[in-house]
Design a binder for this molecule. Structure first.
Ligand code: C2E
Ligand code: MG
Ligand code: MG
Length: 746
């Protein structure tokens, strides 16, 4: 019977009396259904509000976790140099130890002291003042500290102990780094330990734990024991009931962070949901209305449909991304966790679209959104029905692939290929690629959080490998991240200690053989490693923003050198300096360049600026404005490494550029390779027709030189004529060359 009542379209076959009763019952039935639907809608709305709060808490926690991990890395990475020195030499002199420890404490203020303990007996500490009492302490007689040391030694890796109450007062974290010497046949011999004690409260505050407007945070896991460890900071109550938690990786273990909104989690009632109240009011009004017009089955059907639609819409808002219609991070995490609980073997991918920022910047955000939608449609074609896909935000997507390993990898490759096809964005063609990181469950992690994090690390490795690639997570990647941090620290020190110098490579007029200027190339003279090439540190300097102060240094050194050459009346011509896109984007580059010129009283025509083609393409707007200002001042502008960045010559013509430097990749195959010949000729001829002055980079052979001169190339640089060299060596080279020319003329 009940199914028949709901099947309103069947009215024609009902007996007449039953029809009348039904008509009377209709408004009541409608009110009941309406109330039911309002409750369902209200619940969904409340759920959505709750999951938003949880997602906010989760996002806040991820931020704090990243800050904490970074603080820990930077505080405790400092022992590495000391430990490695001992490993290599079997000892460290007190002077050397004090010197390294002093530098470490100067760069990380929360370190309180650093000690070395051969055979686990402390024999030196820095600073000594206030810490004399610990010299001679034998860890084996400290039952509260020795077990952690044993753990570090047994696992051959550092551990983080504490927080402990320090003899010297206050609470500290102790990082224990076991040190091993290499014995016969690679056997590791335990030497002792190096320990860093850091002020935990300053460290946590540097990570921003106490600065939170909306959330209360708490941290537990003393001695790296995760949820089993004692409280470290904050209110233990946060870990009860509704806590949103994340794990923080610390050396040799885990900490656990929890967040809850200030004032606790609101207990949300249905009446707090505007949607519920709205739906209920509508139900009341419509029930009355329907009572008047209860003959109209059509109306009822219509209203039912509308309510169902809004219910579905609410469901979408809570769990789906508005732009692509894909599940959001919350729903994806649920799915992933379910798959993990079911002990399925699966691949977790993080995909980032390379070049998306360019599309957004050049064509506008609506076209960026369109690209995301089209890319989503392509991804759906590539993956299987059982796979999952979500948009993590921006141009980042996550995938969950199930099935055999080789089949998953086929799909990963399919994803890269599908992105390479051009996108048609309302008539604008856009080319992008993708970088993918992959982590396997269970090998690379047992929680959705860890799998996603490792896939993310692998994605960065794919980006670094040159993009349009995929990489499988490997623990070395985390290690490489640490190496990068170490390089970053060294770069900062190098800037402070003025370890940078410029070398100079002459530019030659290919037709007359005259010197027409030089290019300044940066070198880092590291006290330990000697000369380091820019290819090794410029990319990191760009990623970390250190390129800004570094670029200032280059400007300063270049202007200083031009002034010195002028004073000695031996200027080889204008000096070109290389500029990174970020310098132009982020700093007041033009102003600082003109300040440097003024300081040394130099005319702008003595300086040239080179920017690589690919970087120019990535930040067209800012770069163009700055290049136009430079040109207007009289500073010549050049596009470096031309031919590698996919820009067209005709397009470059619209930009404020004077010179093109053909990339070495084309020169090196001259004159034997037909393609290289055709491309080089085309660049020279078309470039000249458009008014550019053309330079060839990397000329290494006489045959290349002759070909380029005959093809009409204006200028050249390369090992054939001269390698980059220090200023003094350039002077000697110039004098030699002049003498030889005189000899030829005489
Ligand atoms: P670049 O501006 O294209 O510089 C040319 C590079 O090619 C230099 O490498 C130079 O030593 C090398 N080279 C020149 N002639 C030849 C040759 O005949 N054969 C070969 N094999 N190589 C040749 P370098 O000095 O290692 O610099 C690498 C890149 O680092 C530069 O490429 C430039 O993009 C960047 N760079 C150098 N100095 C600076 C700087 O002060 N600031 C910025 N932002 N980037 C810089
Ligand atoms: Mg250059
Ligand atoms: Mg170049």
């Amino acid at each position: 019977m009940s199914t028949r009542i709901l099947a309103l379209d069947d009215k024609l076959v009902l007996p007449a009396t039953l029809g009348t009763t039904l008509n009377r019952l209709l408004p009541i039935g409608f009110a009941l259904i309406g109330i039911g639907l309002s409750v369902a809608l209200g619940r969904l709305d409340v759920q959505r509000q709750e999951s938003e709060l949880v997602a906010n808490a989760g996002a806040r926690l991820s931020g704090v976790r990243a800050a904490l991990e970074a603080q820990l890395r930077s505080a405790f990475g400092e022992t590495e140099g000391i430990a490695q020195l001992i490993s290599a030499d079997g000892q460290i002199s007190p002077e050397h130890f004090h010197d390294m420890a002093r530098q470490a404490i100067a760069s990380v203020p929360h370190i309180r002291h650093i000690s070395v303990a051969p055979g686990d007996v402390i024999d030196d500490v820095y600073p000594i003042k206030g810490n004399q009492s610990i010299i001679g302490v034998d860890y084996r007689h400290l039952p509260d500290q020795y077990p952690m040391l044993q753990r570090a030694r047994d696992h051959y890796s550092p551990v983080l102990a504490g927080p402990v109450q320090l003899y010297q007062g206050g609470r500290g974290l102790i990082y224990r780094r076991p040190v091993f010497l290499k014995g016969h046949k690679g056997v590791k011999l335990y030497w002792g330990n190096v320990s860093i004690v850091a002020d935990i409260d300053r460290l946590l505050s540097a990570a921003g734990l106490d600065l939170d407007p909306g959330f209360e945070l708490a941290l537990r896991g003393a001695d790296g024991q995760g949820s089993a460890g004692a409280m470290i900071w904050g209110n233990p109550k946060l870990f009860e009931e509704h806590a949103v938690t994340v794990n923080v990786d610390v050396p040799g273990g885990l900490w656990q962070l929890a967040a809850s909104p200030l004032g606790g989690w609101p207990s949300m009632s249905l009446f707090a949901s505007p949607l519920f109240l709205f739906a209920l009011t509508c139900t009341g009004l419509f029930s009355v209305f329907v009572a008047q017009l209860n003959r109209s089955n059509h109306l009822i059907n219509l209203r039912n449909r509308e309510l169902k639609q809004s219910q579905a819409q609410l469901e979408r808002l809570a769990h789906y991304d508005v732009i692509t219609g894909l599940p959001n991070r919350v729903l994806f995490n649920q799915r992933l966790q379910e798959a993990i609980n079911a002990e399925q073997r699966l691949a977790v991918l993080v995909l980032d679209i390379d070049g998306f920022k360019q599309v957004n910047d050049s064509l506008g955000h609506p076209m960026g959104d369109l690209l995301l939608q089209q890319a989503t449609a392509r991804f759906v074609q590539v993956i299987d029905d059982q796979d999952g896909l979500c948009r993590l935000g921006g141009d980042e997507f996550a995938f969950l692939l199930v099935g055999a390993e080789h089949a998953c990898i086929d799909r990963v490759q399919g994803l890269l290929q599908t992105l390479q096809l051009p996108f048609d964005l309302n008539g604008n063609a856009a080319l992008v690629t993708g970088s993918i990181g992959l982590a396997w469950h269970p090998e690379h992690g047992q929680s959705s959080d860890r799998l996603l994090r490792h896939a993310d690390t692998a994605m960065y490795a794919a980006k670094e490998s040159g993009r349009n690639a995929w990489r499988l997570y490997h623990p070395d990647m985390t290690e490489r991240l640490q190496e990068r941090l170490c390089l970053e620290r060294n770069l900062r020190r190098a800037l402070q200690n003025n370890e940078f110098e410029l070398w100079y490579q002459p530019k030659i007029d290919l037709f007359s053989g005259r010197i027409e200027g030089a290019e300044a190339l940066l070198r880092w003279r590291d006290p330990d490693y000697g000369l380091v090439s820019p290819a090794q540190f410029i990319p990191l300097a760009e990623r970390t923003g250190l390129i800004i102060p570094l670029g200032e240094k280059v400007l300063e050194l270049a202007c200083q050198q031009i002034a010195a050459w002028r004073a000695a009346d031996c200027l080889p011509g204008p000096l070109a300096i290389n500029v990174a896109a970020l310098q132009i984007e982020r700093s007041d580059y033009v102003a600082s360049l003109s300040r440097s010129l003024k300081r040394y009283d130099l005319p702008p025509t003595l300086l040239e600026v080179e920017i690589t083609e690919s970087l120019l393409m990535e930040s067209q707007q800012q770069a163009c404005a700055a290049l136009a200002q430079l040109q207007a001042m009289g500073v010549a502008t050049a596009v470096d490494d031309f031919g590698t960045g996919y820009s067209s010559l005709a397009y470059l013509k619209s930009l404020p550029i004077d010179h093109l430097k053909i990339d070495r990749a084309f020169i090196k195959d001259l004159p034997a390779d037909d393609d290289a010949v055709a491309i080089t000729r085309a660049i020279i001829d078309l470039g000249h027709a458009l008014g550019f002055h053309i330079t060839a980079e990397g000329i290494e052979t006489q045959a290349q030189y002759d070909f380029l001169r005959n093809a009409g190339c204006d200028q050249g640089q390369g090992f054939l004529m001269a390698r980059p060299m220090p200023a003094q060596a350039l002077q000697t080279w110039l004098a030699d060359r002049q003498m030889r020319q005189h000899l030829v003329i005489d």
